[in-house]
Design a protein around this ligand. Structure first.
Ligand code: AMP
Ligand code: MG
Length: 421
């Protein structure tokens, strides 16, 4: 738990609210995050996407029995020490149908991958290295005692940690848990995130637009991003730019959620009024981040809830969510370790305009060229209100603070928007 208050931390020497670097803002926020509590036990399938609340210990050895890694014959390694040898096949051990007897000197047992290695045997020779004539099996020289045998408990000993708390349950984790014979999983309750849009110009879909009005899209992108992260998304609608409505909305949201996210109302001109109100309700800092899009950003606490005030522009909402909110929500939800979204290098096929002094998150389409090189093509108009540039993209092109214009053929850093799982 952080000892500093947000107000104290924001007075640190290197802190400039009018020009916060992306990394510094991220680090600032992380000082104040600690995971929620509240564990429930759910059936394995329902744990998908949830965060493991406790270590899961393996109740069994994995594999449970000493078994074969190959199709072949199980035998005593000592019988092959003299080079080529012919042994008598006395039975078979198939997966799920073990051989009941014991293998003595001069004997072998036909075995399939996963079959229990019978007593007496310590080695498996793969079938490609053997010649069968009826029940007489001749083995090629050069075999090693112990080869192709998987020991019981080799993957996981009974009582050892199979999965650490904090793991996000993906398909692999569901399968791993099932492989242990465990039917229920302790998971943390989902993080509750309330969100609303602010702006007198905003209308919800299903209503008629008046002069100068626009449909609220931010609540839909936010819903999608929150849902994808496994949060409980509480949509509180559109709130007018009016002090009483806003104050009521903030108080209500903070009362029902772990995190409150708003869009709009933090840009110059609107911030002062929101700031005055939030000073009353909690402790919030307002920044101008040295980034594009997504310059204005607010973070703080309202009562017990964390607050993220995102800019209003639709692309800015998504960029600031991915760059600041995503990791923070994962930490609050109890996930660990939380790794920043990975970046890697690709060749940019277009020209990018970029002024030094701010980190830019342009949108691009990453693909593999015929020669095997990873290339990224910008998605056209990069205005912060143009959601199509985000929809057409499969990655951010991350241009660092110091960088200037990018010429075609230059190598840039990209950050994929989707992972494989
Ligand atoms: P603001 O940060 O409130 O000044 O908004 C910046 C721009 O984003 C303005 O053009 C707003 O109309 C637009 N905007 C704000 N909120 C939304 C929203 N929920 N959906 C779509 N556009 C929005
Ligand atoms: Mg506004």
């Amino acid at each position: 738990m952080a000892t500093l208050t947000i107000a104290q931390a924001s007075c640190a020497d290197d802190y400039d609210p009018n020009s916060m670097s992306v990394d510094k803002a991220r680090a600032f926020i992380h000082q104040f995050l600690s995971p929620i509590e509240g564990t429930l036990r759910v059936p394995v399938r329902s744990a998908l996407g949830r965060v493991l609340a406790e270590d899961v210990l393996s109740p069994v050895d994995v594999p449970a029995h000493r078994n074969s890694a190959m199709d072949g014959w199980a035998l005593r390694g000592a019988d092959l020490e003299g080079g080529e040898a012919t042994l008598a096949e006395i039975g078979a051990s198939f997966a799920g149908k073990p051989f009941a007897g014991r293998v003595a000197a001069g004997q072998c047992v036909r075995i399939m991958t996963g079959g229990v290695v019978p007593e007496g045997a310590d080695t498996v020779v793969m079938q490609e290295r053997a010649q069968a004539t009826g029940k007489s099996i001749t083995f090629a020289p050069g075999q090693k005692t112990g080869q192709n045998v998987r020991e019981a408990g080799e993957d996981l000993r009974a009582g050892s940690v199979a999965l650490e708390r904090g793991r996000i349950m993906r398909p692999a984790e569901l399968g791993l848990i099932a492989s242990l014979g465990v039917g229920e999983v302790p998971v943390l309750r989902p993080l509750r995130v309330a969100f609303f849009s602010t702006g007198d110009e905003l209308k919800s879909i299903g209503t008629q637009l008046g002069e100068g009005e626009i449909y609220d899209s931010n609540r839909y992108t936010l819903y999608g991003m929150l849902q994808r992260l496994g949060c409980e998304a509480l949509d509180m609608g559109v709130v007018r730019d009016d002090p009483h409505s806003l104050e009521r909305a903030f108080a209500e949201a903070a009362g029902i959620a772990d995190v409150v996210i708003t869009s709009g109302g933090v840009s110059v001109g609107e911030a002062d009024f929101v700031k005055a109100m939030l000073d009353k309700l909690g402790e919030v800092v307002f920044w101008k981040i040295a980034m594009k899009p997504g310059r204005p950003l607010a973070y703080g606490k309202i009562g017990g809830a964390h607050f993220f005030g995102l800019p209003g522009n639709p692309v800015s909402v998504m960029v600031t969510f991915y760059q600041f909110v995503r990791d923070a929500l994962l930490v609050l939800a109890g996930a660990s370790p939380v790794e920043p979204m990975p970046t890697f290098k690709a060749v940019c096929t277009g020209r990018l305009r970029k002024a030094p002094g701010r980190t830019e998150f342009q949108r691009g389409v990453l693909s593999r060229a015929a020669d095997g090189a990873l290339t990224v093509k910008p998605t056209g108009e990069q205005g912060s209100g143009i959601l199509k540039s985000m929809s057409d993209a499969n990655c951010f092109i991350v241009l660092p603070e110091a960088a200037g214009n990018v010429e075609p053929g230059a190598t840039v850093e990209v950050q994929p928007l989707e992972g494989i799982v």
